[in-house]
Ligand binder design. Structure first.
Ligand code: 6PG
Length: 249
């Protein structure tokens, strides 16, 4: 796949179309899972929300439902809308429909954000589940093997939206974040968690993201958008886009 000349050694892979982008994402999921399981006997991954992941999940089911050791795979979420798990807007519902109900992953391996609760309670409970699972001493951060992220056309990622309080969070692993434009709370992982990951994979598809992608790449050296503040300190940052989303680069 094409690798355009980029500033600040930002790693960007451009796929010819959405289908090959999905394929590349599945390949990266499998590569990362294989390496983590070989090294540590388990794979910890945080899924992103929105629409883009659906097709990736479907391909993962089609290609890997009987091949990956799902009992060694532990699934978390980068963020969640403040809705019950059966709500049409729920990221968990999207992941359950498109992936989790289609593969033999044990229920106890899926860590849902309980967004039916008050937002701050949901965030606290999610943080507690992260601390317990990763056996975190106070003041330390989980190191996910892989975190999938999407890109909003305003430059947000997870539920870290421009101008919101969560952008400044440097102590909690997960917070309730008021998003004025939706007049609603979201629950989101915070930058320190994203930036402690072993790998972060942004997946960007469609011409609707071409403008923001150009902004992100052009200003790669000077973080203006929340998505640009994701820079794993000791991990890989990989952007994958299809040609439509990368059309203005
Ligand atoms: C969410 C996501 C969000 C998403 C981007 C891109 O809860 O909506 O976590 O960060 O990844 O908004 O969404 P699309 O894939 O639908 O373009």
């Amino acid at each position: 796949m094409k690798q355009p000349a980029l500033p600040n050694n930002l790693e960007l892979v451009v796929a010819p179309d959405a289908a090959s982008l999905n394929l590349a994402a599945v390949e990266e999921f499998c590569r990362s899972a294989g390496a983590a399981i070989a090294a540590r006997g388990r794979f910890t991954v945080a899924l992103s929300g929105g629409n883009t992941p659906r097709a990736v999940h479907a391909l993962l089911v089609e290609q890997q439902r009987d091949s990956l050791p799902w009992e060694k795979i532990f699934v978390f979420f980068g963020d969640e809308r403040h809705v019950p798990p059966d709500h049409p807007d729920s990221n968990y519902r999207m992941a359950k429909e498109s992936l989790l109900s289609q593969v033999p992953i044990p229920q106890q391996n899926v860590f849902r954000i309980q967004a039916e609760l008050p937002a701050d309670v949901a965030a606290r409970k999610y943080e507690d589940s992260l601390r317990e699972f990763f056996q975190l001493p106070p003041g330390s951060w989980p190191r996910f093997d892989l975190i999938f992220l999407g890109l909003g056309d305003d430059g947000h990622t997870a539920s870290l939206f421009p101008g919101t309080a969560a952008l400044n969070e440097d102590a909690c692993l997960a917070v309730a974040n008021w998003v004025e434009k939706f007049k609603a709370y979201r629950i989101t992982l915070t930058f320190p968690v994203l930036n402690h990951a072993a790998e972060v994979l942004f997946l960007v598809s469609g011409k609707g993201k071409a403008e923001i992608m150009r902004e992100i790449v052009r200003k790669a050296g000077n973080a203006v958008y929340p998505a640009q503040m994701v820079r794993p300190e000791h991990g890989r940052l990989l952007w994958m886009a299809d040609r439509q989303a990368a059309g203005l680069l």
